[in-house]
Design a protein. Sequence first.
Length: 289
Amino acid sequence: AVTVQECLELQLLEVEMLLSMFPKKGEINLDEDAVPCVQRYLRNTGGVLPPQLQYSIAVDVGEAKVKVELQVQLPHLYPHVAPQLFARSNALHRQQQLQLNAGLASYISSLDSGELCVCEAVQWVKDNSLPYLENSKSSSESVSEETAAKETLHRMWIYSHHIYRQELRKKIFDCARKLNLTGFCLTGKPGVICVEGLQKYCEEFWRDIRYPNWKHISCKHVENIETEGSIDNIRLFHTFEDLQFEAHGDYGLRNDYHMDLGQFLEFLKQHQSGHIFQLLFGVEGKLAD
């Protein structure tokens, strides 16, 4: 049986290889503390697992070099567990984007289990995105210019008493990716979800995750920001992140653990959202000196 340590070492090797393949600024979007966090765990195994590695890669497609972003999230046991991959582009309508990702998922499932495959996924996106982009362009040309004047970014801040169950977390992440929403899900007690994107997709996400019987959940705050250009230019988050901080409490059968809200406040401030802390919890957030 493979160990988490062996898998994380392979993940770091793959990240190093990708950084050498995409050396220019902006080609790979990777949190600066992500790799050091994994390295610290590997030096001192036995502690709390590091957050899953997440990053995005900007892939140039075709002669026009249209940007297609490949979002990557790696389970701790990748490559022996499949990675979570999602390709998105401003040049794609939702339907073409879903078709592109269905093709990508089919390709990844055809590869040998246990092999690193993000590089292969990047190459697949580079080689196979053009038909979807052309279909998207031809369908958008039939839409009048008047309908594409202004866009509004919708951002929802959702509070729950707790978020623990794996099947619920999977539903949250699958739904956010399907609807091209960015943001995060903070697991534990309390649970917090932020989604941002087009209003109709945020509202569809809210309907889907609440139904049928999630009682202890509420939408605490909504932001609408109008922009002349693409809403992607004003997003606070580049991907939909799996947010996990140092926890306190019982890791036993009840899974009743509380997240470190100081670390969460610091995360919010890094994303220009420190004011949200009081809206979520009713108290002003203060960082320790």
